[in-house]
Design a protein around this ligand. Sequence first.
Ligand SMILES: O=C(O)/C=C(\CC(=O)C(=O)O)C(=O)O
Length: 310
Amino acid sequence: MKFDVTPGWLPFYPTPSKPTLILPQGAVDAHCHVFGPGARFPYAPERKYTPCDAPKEKLFALRDLLGFERNVIVQATCHGADNRALVDALQAAEGRARGIVTVKRDVTDQELKRLDAGGVRGVRFNFVKRLVDFTPKEELMEIAARIAPLGWHIVVYFEAADLAELWDFFTRLPTIVVVDHMGRPDVSKSVTGEEFNLFIKLMKAHPNIWSKVSCPERLSKTGPKALDGEQHAYTDVVPFARRLIREFPDRVLFGTDWPHPNLKDHMPDDGLLVDYIAQIAPTEQLRKKLLVDNPMRLYWPEEKYESNQK
Ligand SMILES: O=C(O)/C=C(\CC(=O)C(=O)O)C(=O)O
């Protein structure tokens, strides 16, 4: 079967640059995707967009170029609850990748065990209205109760404007909860304004809630270069990520979000995205927590990773 890429979306950056920033040894890219290839792993009939094929070989080549050692591959809505492309990538990664899947309430215990054995460590609940149809919260709560005994966690994706409505649901979840892309703040608002303060309040009140400080390219209004023409990327997003890293250094993760589906205005050079990390985590110690200690604790706890910089 042949799928046409959704018109208007840009393909991923073909020739990413080698970052200037040298990542700490053992760095984890904690948010990325594999898509297809569609001929082998068809996209979901209910999808809201058709991405470019972004196969595992390309992801692993990018990992090596950028200086990461491991990946966390996150199921995106275009593959629905069919996790085959993701599981195939985990297998090929030979222990250097973990996965976050999407499951429905009718998933069997046997399937959950199989996914766990394959390297899956969590489920994703997506509340972004342009990406998914509504799933009743009771169903999601049932899934949460089923995956908690496996030691898995829950990744949530939502828009900042919806946080107040989702608050009760999030705070009742029985596992660690990892928020995608800082809860998608509107970065034209103040970093100490009402909207972002609500997200900070959520994290302060609930030590089981973590945040990815990912996706400046999605959140930025100024784009990859600062308005003053300096070579700093996504400067309008920096204060938001810095605040989270400063206030919760042990509960933050970074991911490239490769291959950046659904972007129309510009496609980031992944090398520049890695250089962006130096702006949001300006010391080696913060970068080690963000890129190594925190993801290792969450995704490879059996390695009993201990920071020697604590
Ligand atoms: O890649 C991301 O994290 C963000 C996406 C796509 C996505 O998450 C999905 O389809 O599930 C987006 O904002 O369009």
